[in-house]
Design a protein around this ligand. Structure first.
Ligand code: FAD
Length: 388
Protein backbone atom coordinates (compact mmCIF):
# COMPACT_ATOMS: atom_id res chain seq x y z
CA UNK A 1 0.00 0.00 0.00
CA UNK A 2 2.83 2.39 0.85
CA UNK A 3 5.03 1.59 -2.13
CA UNK A 4 7.35 4.51 -2.89
CA UNK A 5 6.95 6.04 -6.33
CA UNK A 6 10.00 5.94 -8.56
CA UNK A 7 10.54 9.68 -8.02
CA UNK A 8 10.31 9.32 -4.24
CA UNK A 9 12.77 6.42 -4.31
CA UNK A 10 15.25 8.43 -6.39
CA UNK A 11 14.89 11.38 -4.01
CA UNK A 12 15.44 9.11 -1.00
CA UNK A 13 18.58 7.66 -2.63
CA UNK A 14 19.92 11.14 -3.35
CA UNK A 15 19.35 12.17 0.28
CA UNK A 16 21.04 8.93 1.43
CA UNK A 17 24.11 9.93 -0.58
CA UNK A 18 24.03 13.43 0.94
CA UNK A 19 23.86 11.87 4.43
CA UNK A 20 26.73 9.45 3.72
CA UNK A 21 28.99 11.98 1.99
CA UNK A 22 28.25 15.17 3.94
CA UNK A 23 26.57 14.49 7.28
CA UNK A 24 28.29 11.32 8.49
CA UNK A 25 31.88 12.67 8.17
CA UNK A 26 30.77 15.83 9.98
CA UNK A 27 29.11 13.75 12.68
CA UNK A 28 32.42 11.95 13.30
CA UNK A 29 34.26 15.26 13.41
CA UNK A 30 31.75 16.85 15.81
CA UNK A 31 31.67 13.84 18.16
CA UNK A 32 35.50 13.82 18.28
CA UNK A 33 35.57 17.58 18.83
CA UNK A 34 33.12 17.30 21.70
CA UNK A 35 34.92 14.28 23.22
CA UNK A 36 38.18 16.27 23.20
CA UNK A 37 36.42 19.29 24.74
CA UNK A 38 37.30 21.36 21.69
CA UNK A 39 33.93 22.59 20.50
CA UNK A 40 30.15 22.28 20.59
CA UNK A 41 28.19 19.06 20.07
CA UNK A 42 26.31 20.73 17.22
CA UNK A 43 26.96 22.23 13.82
CA UNK A 44 28.68 25.60 13.89
CA UNK A 45 27.59 28.29 11.44
CA UNK A 46 30.27 27.54 8.80
CA UNK A 47 29.33 23.85 8.85
CA UNK A 48 25.66 24.69 8.38
CA UNK A 49 26.49 27.09 5.57
CA UNK A 50 28.54 24.37 3.85
CA UNK A 51 25.67 21.86 4.22
CA UNK A 52 23.15 24.40 2.90
CA UNK A 53 25.39 25.12 -0.10
CA UNK A 54 25.80 21.38 -0.91
CA UNK A 55 22.05 20.84 -0.50
CA UNK A 56 21.37 23.66 -2.94
CA UNK A 57 23.85 22.25 -5.50
CA UNK A 58 22.11 18.87 -5.32
CA UNK A 59 18.63 20.38 -5.71
CA UNK A 60 17.71 19.36 -2.16
CA UNK A 61 16.18 22.73 -1.47
CA UNK A 62 12.60 23.95 -1.17
CA UNK A 63 11.42 20.36 -1.59
CA UNK A 64 7.93 20.97 -0.20
CA UNK A 65 7.85 24.71 -0.96
CA UNK A 66 5.36 26.03 -3.55
CA UNK A 67 6.50 25.95 -7.17
CA UNK A 68 5.66 29.68 -7.52
CA UNK A 69 8.58 30.36 -5.14
CA UNK A 70 10.99 27.97 -6.84
CA UNK A 71 10.10 24.94 -4.74
CA UNK A 72 9.26 21.39 -5.84
CA UNK A 73 5.81 21.34 -4.19
CA UNK A 74 6.30 17.78 -2.87
CA UNK A 75 3.55 16.30 -0.70
CA UNK A 76 4.07 15.31 2.96
CA UNK A 77 4.36 11.64 1.91
CA UNK A 78 7.38 12.38 -0.34
CA UNK A 79 9.13 14.06 2.59
CA UNK A 80 9.03 10.87 4.69
CA UNK A 81 11.88 9.18 2.81
CA UNK A 82 13.85 12.44 2.99
CA UNK A 83 13.44 12.70 6.75
CA UNK A 84 14.08 9.00 7.30
CA UNK A 85 17.48 9.39 5.63
CA UNK A 86 18.29 12.63 7.47
CA UNK A 87 17.24 10.89 10.71
CA UNK A 88 20.13 8.41 10.39
CA UNK A 89 22.54 11.14 11.42
CA UNK A 90 22.60 11.84 15.16
CA UNK A 91 22.82 15.60 14.49
CA UNK A 92 19.67 17.30 13.28
CA UNK A 93 19.93 18.88 9.84
CA UNK A 94 16.92 19.90 7.77
CA UNK A 95 16.94 21.08 4.17
CA UNK A 96 15.75 24.72 4.00
CA UNK A 97 13.08 25.87 4.40
CA UNK A 98 12.03 23.99 7.53
CA UNK A 99 8.67 22.37 6.70
CA UNK A 100 6.49 23.14 9.78
CA UNK A 101 6.59 26.95 9.66
CA UNK A 102 6.50 26.76 5.85
CA UNK A 103 3.17 24.91 5.97
CA UNK A 104 1.76 27.35 8.52
CA UNK A 105 2.78 30.34 6.40
CA UNK A 106 1.44 28.70 3.21
CA UNK A 107 -1.92 28.26 4.91
CA UNK A 108 -2.45 31.79 6.20
CA UNK A 109 -0.15 34.43 4.65
CA UNK A 110 -1.83 37.43 3.04
CA UNK A 111 -0.56 38.50 -0.41
CA UNK A 112 1.61 41.15 1.26
CA UNK A 113 2.99 38.63 3.77
CA UNK A 114 3.67 36.15 0.98
CA UNK A 115 5.96 38.67 -0.69
CA UNK A 116 7.64 39.80 2.54
CA UNK A 117 7.92 36.48 4.41
CA UNK A 118 6.78 33.35 2.59
CA UNK A 119 8.64 33.90 -0.69
CA UNK A 120 12.08 34.60 0.89
CA UNK A 121 11.43 31.86 3.45
CA UNK A 122 10.59 29.33 0.72
CA UNK A 123 13.75 30.34 -1.16
CA UNK A 124 15.79 29.82 2.02
CA UNK A 125 16.75 33.50 2.19
CA UNK A 126 14.91 34.12 5.46
CA UNK A 127 14.68 31.86 8.51
CA UNK A 128 12.07 31.69 11.19
CA UNK A 129 11.36 30.48 14.72
CA UNK A 130 8.08 29.93 16.54
CA UNK A 131 7.28 31.10 20.08
CA UNK A 132 4.40 29.18 21.67
CA UNK A 133 5.72 27.90 25.03
CA UNK A 134 5.87 30.10 28.11
CA UNK A 135 7.57 29.85 31.52
CA UNK A 136 4.15 28.99 32.98
CA UNK A 137 3.72 25.98 30.67
CA UNK A 138 4.09 24.68 27.15
CA UNK A 139 2.28 21.36 27.10
CA UNK A 140 -1.08 23.14 27.29
CA UNK A 141 -0.70 26.04 24.83
CA UNK A 142 -4.37 27.01 25.16
CA UNK A 143 -3.49 28.37 28.62
CA UNK A 144 -0.81 30.74 27.31
CA UNK A 145 -0.68 34.20 28.90
CA UNK A 146 1.11 36.37 26.34
CA UNK A 147 -1.37 39.06 25.26
CA UNK A 148 -1.79 41.03 22.07
CA UNK A 149 -4.12 44.03 22.21
CA UNK A 150 -5.18 46.47 19.54
CA UNK A 151 -3.31 49.80 19.77
CA UNK A 152 -2.39 52.65 17.39
CA UNK A 153 -3.67 50.86 14.29
CA UNK A 154 -1.73 47.70 15.11
CA UNK A 155 -1.05 45.35 18.00
CA UNK A 156 0.79 45.65 21.31
CA UNK A 157 2.32 42.35 22.41
CA UNK A 158 3.26 41.65 26.04
CA UNK A 159 4.51 38.43 27.59
CA UNK A 160 7.31 35.94 27.96
CA UNK A 161 8.18 33.00 25.71
CA UNK A 162 10.68 30.25 26.39
CA UNK A 163 12.39 27.18 24.84
CA UNK A 164 12.31 28.80 21.39
CA UNK A 165 14.56 26.90 18.94
CA UNK A 166 16.41 28.27 15.94
CA UNK A 167 16.37 31.86 17.11
CA UNK A 168 20.08 32.38 16.49
CA UNK A 169 19.61 32.02 12.73
CA UNK A 170 16.04 33.37 12.53
CA UNK A 171 15.08 36.64 10.85
CA UNK A 172 11.55 36.62 12.23
CA UNK A 173 9.51 34.81 14.88
CA UNK A 174 5.92 33.60 14.68
CA UNK A 175 4.59 34.69 18.08
CA UNK A 176 1.40 33.13 19.44
CA UNK A 177 -0.59 35.41 21.80
CA UNK A 178 -4.05 35.67 23.33
CA UNK A 179 -6.27 38.23 21.64
CA UNK A 180 -9.51 37.21 23.41
CA UNK A 181 -9.04 35.74 26.91
CA UNK A 182 -12.65 34.49 26.99
CA UNK A 183 -12.34 32.44 23.81
CA UNK A 184 -8.68 31.31 23.97
CA UNK A 185 -8.17 28.20 21.76
CA UNK A 186 -11.73 28.61 20.42
CA UNK A 187 -11.13 31.87 18.55
CA UNK A 188 -9.02 33.85 21.01
CA UNK A 189 -5.43 33.03 20.07
CA UNK A 190 -3.67 34.77 17.18
CA UNK A 191 -0.32 34.53 15.42
CA UNK A 192 1.98 37.47 14.67
CA UNK A 193 5.06 37.89 12.50
CA UNK A 194 7.65 39.71 14.60
CA UNK A 195 10.97 40.65 13.03
CA UNK A 196 14.12 40.34 15.06
CA UNK A 197 15.09 43.83 16.18
CA UNK A 198 11.49 45.06 16.61
CA UNK A 199 11.51 47.46 19.60
CA UNK A 200 10.12 45.77 22.72
CA UNK A 201 11.25 42.28 21.58
CA UNK A 202 14.23 41.18 23.67
CA UNK A 203 16.21 37.94 23.77
CA UNK A 204 16.62 37.36 27.50
CA UNK A 205 18.92 34.34 27.46
CA UNK A 206 20.35 31.46 25.50
CA UNK A 207 19.61 28.10 27.16
CA UNK A 208 21.91 25.12 26.53
CA UNK A 209 19.88 21.91 26.29
CA UNK A 210 20.96 18.27 26.24
CA UNK A 211 21.73 16.69 22.86
CA UNK A 212 23.69 19.73 21.69
CA UNK A 213 20.47 21.75 21.38
CA UNK A 214 19.99 25.41 22.21
CA UNK A 215 16.80 27.30 22.97
CA UNK A 216 16.06 30.91 23.90
CA UNK A 217 13.88 32.84 26.33
CA UNK A 218 12.20 35.94 24.92
CA UNK A 219 10.42 38.96 26.37
CA UNK A 220 7.81 41.13 24.66
CA UNK A 221 7.33 44.43 26.49
CA UNK A 222 4.88 46.75 24.76
CA UNK A 223 6.18 45.37 21.48
CA UNK A 224 4.14 47.16 18.80
CA UNK A 225 3.59 45.65 15.36
CA UNK A 226 1.38 47.02 12.54
CA UNK A 227 -1.86 45.29 11.50
CA UNK A 228 -0.01 43.75 8.53
CA UNK A 229 1.92 41.49 10.96
CA UNK A 230 -1.21 39.65 12.10
CA UNK A 231 -0.78 36.20 10.52
CA UNK A 232 -4.15 34.89 9.34
CA UNK A 233 -7.39 36.06 10.87
CA UNK A 234 -7.65 37.53 14.35
CA UNK A 235 -8.41 34.76 16.86
CA UNK A 236 -7.74 32.01 14.33
CA UNK A 237 -4.10 31.29 15.09
CA UNK A 238 -4.66 28.00 16.88
CA UNK A 239 -5.70 25.92 13.84
CA UNK A 240 -2.72 26.89 11.65
CA UNK A 241 -0.44 26.37 14.68
CA UNK A 242 -1.83 22.82 15.01
CA UNK A 243 -1.15 22.24 11.31
CA UNK A 244 2.43 23.32 11.95
CA UNK A 245 2.73 20.97 14.93
CA UNK A 246 1.24 18.10 12.90
CA UNK A 247 3.81 18.66 10.13
CA UNK A 248 6.66 18.47 12.66
CA UNK A 249 5.18 15.40 14.38
CA UNK A 250 4.99 13.45 11.10
CA UNK A 251 8.58 14.55 10.43
CA UNK A 252 9.55 13.27 13.91
CA UNK A 253 7.97 9.89 13.04
CA UNK A 254 10.19 9.62 9.94
CA UNK A 255 13.32 10.83 11.77
CA UNK A 256 12.73 8.19 14.49
CA UNK A 257 12.45 5.46 11.83
CA UNK A 258 15.81 6.57 10.37
CA UNK A 259 17.47 6.78 13.76
CA UNK A 260 16.19 3.38 14.91
CA UNK A 261 17.19 1.79 11.59
CA UNK A 262 20.73 3.10 11.99
CA UNK A 263 20.95 1.72 15.55
CA UNK A 264 19.65 -1.64 14.28
CA UNK A 265 22.17 -1.63 11.40
CA UNK A 266 24.98 -0.98 13.89
CA UNK A 267 23.74 -3.82 16.10
CA UNK A 268 23.49 -6.20 13.12
CA UNK A 269 27.05 -5.38 12.08
CA UNK A 270 28.45 -5.69 15.60
CA UNK A 271 26.66 -8.72 17.02
CA UNK A 272 28.25 -11.42 14.78
CA UNK A 273 31.74 -10.01 15.45
CA UNK A 274 31.59 -9.86 19.23
CA UNK A 275 32.04 -13.17 21.02
CA UNK A 276 31.21 -13.58 24.71
CA UNK A 277 31.57 -16.92 26.48
CA UNK A 278 32.80 -18.31 23.16
CA UNK A 279 29.63 -17.49 21.23
CA UNK A 280 28.86 -14.47 18.98
CA UNK A 281 26.25 -12.09 20.39
CA UNK A 282 24.17 -12.64 17.24
CA UNK A 283 23.54 -16.24 18.34
CA UNK A 284 22.06 -15.21 21.69
CA UNK A 285 18.30 -15.21 21.84
CA UNK A 286 18.25 -12.01 23.94
CA UNK A 287 20.05 -10.11 21.17
CA UNK A 288 18.05 -11.78 18.36
CA UNK A 289 14.82 -10.76 20.02
CA UNK A 290 16.06 -7.17 20.25
CA UNK A 291 16.68 -7.36 16.50
CA UNK A 292 13.32 -8.96 15.71
CA UNK A 293 11.40 -6.50 17.88
CA UNK A 294 13.34 -3.59 16.43
CA UNK A 295 12.58 -4.63 12.83
CA UNK A 296 8.89 -5.14 13.71
CA UNK A 297 8.55 -1.78 15.44
CA UNK A 298 10.43 0.10 12.72
CA UNK A 299 8.07 -1.44 10.16
CA UNK A 300 5.01 -0.49 12.24
CA UNK A 301 6.23 3.08 12.75
CA UNK A 302 6.94 3.52 9.05
CA UNK A 303 3.39 2.43 8.21
CA UNK A 304 1.98 4.75 10.88
CA UNK A 305 4.05 7.63 9.46
CA UNK A 306 2.78 7.07 5.89
CA UNK A 307 -0.79 6.70 7.14
CA UNK A 308 -0.64 10.00 9.08
CA UNK A 309 1.09 11.76 6.17
CA UNK A 310 -1.52 10.57 3.67
CA UNK A 311 -4.31 11.86 5.90
CA UNK A 312 -2.56 15.23 6.28
CA UNK A 313 -2.03 15.38 2.49
CA UNK A 314 -5.74 14.67 1.90
CA UNK A 315 -6.64 17.38 4.44
CA UNK A 316 -8.31 14.86 6.75
CA UNK A 317 -8.45 15.13 10.53
CA UNK A 318 -5.52 13.06 11.79
CA UNK A 319 -4.68 14.47 15.21
CA UNK A 320 -5.25 11.20 17.05
CA UNK A 321 -3.10 9.20 14.60
CA UNK A 322 -0.41 11.89 14.83
CA UNK A 323 -0.44 11.76 18.66
CA UNK A 324 -0.18 7.95 18.48
CA UNK A 325 2.72 8.30 16.06
CA UNK A 326 4.57 10.88 18.17
CA UNK A 327 4.42 8.63 21.25
CA UNK A 328 5.11 5.33 19.47
CA UNK A 329 7.94 6.61 17.25
CA UNK A 330 9.91 8.36 19.97
CA UNK A 331 9.56 5.47 22.45
CA UNK A 332 10.34 2.90 19.75
CA UNK A 333 13.56 4.65 18.70
CA UNK A 334 14.58 5.27 22.32
CA UNK A 335 14.30 1.54 23.07
CA UNK A 336 16.15 0.42 19.92
CA UNK A 337 19.02 2.88 20.41
CA UNK A 338 19.26 1.77 24.05
CA UNK A 339 19.44 -1.91 23.10
CA UNK A 340 22.12 -1.30 20.47
CA UNK A 341 24.07 0.83 22.95
CA UNK A 342 23.81 -1.97 25.52
CA UNK A 343 25.08 -4.59 23.07
CA UNK A 344 28.19 -2.48 22.42
CA UNK A 345 29.06 -2.69 26.15
CA UNK A 346 31.57 -0.09 27.37
CA UNK A 347 32.20 0.95 23.76
CA UNK A 348 28.57 2.08 23.63
CA UNK A 349 29.23 4.38 26.58
CA UNK A 350 32.02 6.37 24.89
CA UNK A 351 31.48 9.89 23.69
CA UNK A 352 33.13 8.97 20.38
CA UNK A 353 30.22 6.70 19.43
CA UNK A 354 26.98 8.42 18.34
CA UNK A 355 24.69 6.56 20.79
CA UNK A 356 24.75 9.16 23.56
CA UNK A 357 23.80 11.89 21.11
CA UNK A 358 21.11 9.75 19.46
CA UNK A 359 19.67 9.00 22.90
CA UNK A 360 19.77 12.63 24.07
CA UNK A 361 18.11 13.84 20.85
CA UNK A 362 15.37 11.25 21.26
CA UNK A 363 15.00 12.26 24.90
CA UNK A 364 14.16 15.87 24.00
CA UNK A 365 11.78 14.64 21.27
CA UNK A 366 9.61 13.13 24.02
CA UNK A 367 9.11 16.71 25.33
CA UNK A 368 8.98 19.06 22.36
CA UNK A 369 5.95 19.17 20.06
CA UNK A 370 3.99 18.06 23.12
CA UNK A 371 5.08 15.75 25.96
CA UNK A 372 4.30 12.03 25.64
CA UNK A 373 1.77 12.15 28.48
CA UNK A 374 -0.24 14.92 26.82
CA UNK A 375 -0.39 12.92 23.56
CA UNK A 376 -1.48 9.81 25.48
CA UNK A 377 -4.18 11.92 27.17
CA UNK A 378 -5.45 13.06 23.74
CA UNK A 379 -5.50 9.48 22.39
CA UNK A 380 -7.27 8.27 25.55
CA UNK A 381 -9.92 11.00 25.18
CA UNK A 382 -10.59 9.80 21.65
CA UNK A 383 -10.81 6.17 22.83
CA UNK A 384 -13.13 7.08 25.74
CA UNK A 385 -15.45 8.83 23.29
CA UNK A 386 -15.61 5.46 21.48
CA UNK A 387 -14.22 7.05 18.33
CA UNK A 388 -11.55 4.37 17.90
C1 FAD B 1 14.73 20.98 22.56
C2 FAD B 1 13.43 21.71 22.71
C3 FAD B 1 13.04 22.59 21.71
C4 FAD B 1 11.85 23.31 21.83
N1 FAD B 1 11.53 24.24 20.86
C5 FAD B 1 10.43 25.00 21.02
C6 FAD B 1 10.11 26.05 20.08
O1 FAD B 1 10.82 26.26 19.08
N2 FAD B 1 9.02 26.83 20.33
C7 FAD B 1 8.23 26.64 21.42
O2 FAD B 1 7.27 27.38 21.57
N3 FAD B 1 8.49 25.67 22.31
C8 FAD B 1 9.57 24.85 22.14
N4 FAD B 1 9.85 23.86 23.06
C9 FAD B 1 9.00 23.72 24.23
C10 FAD B 1 8.15 22.45 24.20
O3 FAD B 1 7.19 22.49 23.20
C11 FAD B 1 7.54 22.34 25.60
O4 FAD B 1 8.63 22.13 26.50
C12 FAD B 1 6.57 21.24 25.72
O5 FAD B 1 5.40 21.53 25.01
C13 FAD B 1 6.23 20.98 27.20
O6 FAD B 1 5.95 22.14 27.88
P1 FAD B 1 6.63 22.39 29.31
O7 FAD B 1 8.07 22.22 29.21
O8 FAD B 1 6.14 23.70 29.85
O9 FAD B 1 6.07 21.23 30.24
P2 FAD B 1 4.69 21.19 31.01
O10 FAD B 1 3.57 21.52 30.10
O11 FAD B 1 4.85 21.95 32.27
O12 FAD B 1 4.64 19.65 31.36
C14 FAD B 1 5.65 19.07 32.23
C15 FAD B 1 5.42 17.58 32.31
O13 FAD B 1 4.19 17.34 32.97
C16 FAD B 1 3.60 16.15 32.48
N5 FAD B 1 2.26 16.49 31.98
C17 FAD B 1 1.83 17.63 31.41
N6 FAD B 1 0.53 17.54 31.09
C18 FAD B 1 0.12 16.31 31.48
C19 FAD B 1 -1.12 15.62 31.42
N7 FAD B 1 -2.19 16.18 30.87
N8 FAD B 1 -1.18 14.34 31.90
C20 FAD B 1 -0.07 13.75 32.46
N9 FAD B 1 1.12 14.37 32.55
C21 FAD B 1 1.21 15.63 32.06
C22 FAD B 1 4.50 15.65 31.34
O14 FAD B 1 5.32 14.62 31.84
C23 FAD B 1 5.32 16.87 30.97
O15 FAD B 1 6.58 16.53 30.42
C24 FAD B 1 11.03 23.12 22.96
C25 FAD B 1 11.41 22.19 23.95
C26 FAD B 1 12.59 21.50 23.84
C27 FAD B 1 12.97 20.52 24.91
Amino acid sequence: MYELTQEDRMLKDLVARFVNDELMPLEQKILARDAAGEGPLSFVREELEHLDARAKELGLWGLDAPAEFGGSDLPVTSMIGVNEELGRCSLIYRFPPDSPNLHMLMKVCSEEQKAEYLAPYARGEKRSAIAISEPGGGGDPASMRARAQRARGGWLINGRKIWVSGLDRADFVIVMAVTDPEKRARGGISAFLVDKGTPGFTILRRIPMIGGRTTFELAFDDCWVPESKLLGQEGNGYGPMQLRLSTRRVQIGAICVGRAKRALDMLVEWAPQRKTFGVPLSERQAIQWWMADAATKIHATRLMTYDAAEKVTRGEEARTEISMLKVFATEMATEIVDHAQQAFGAMGMTREMPFHLMAAQLRVMRIYEGPTEVHRMLVARHVLQRRF
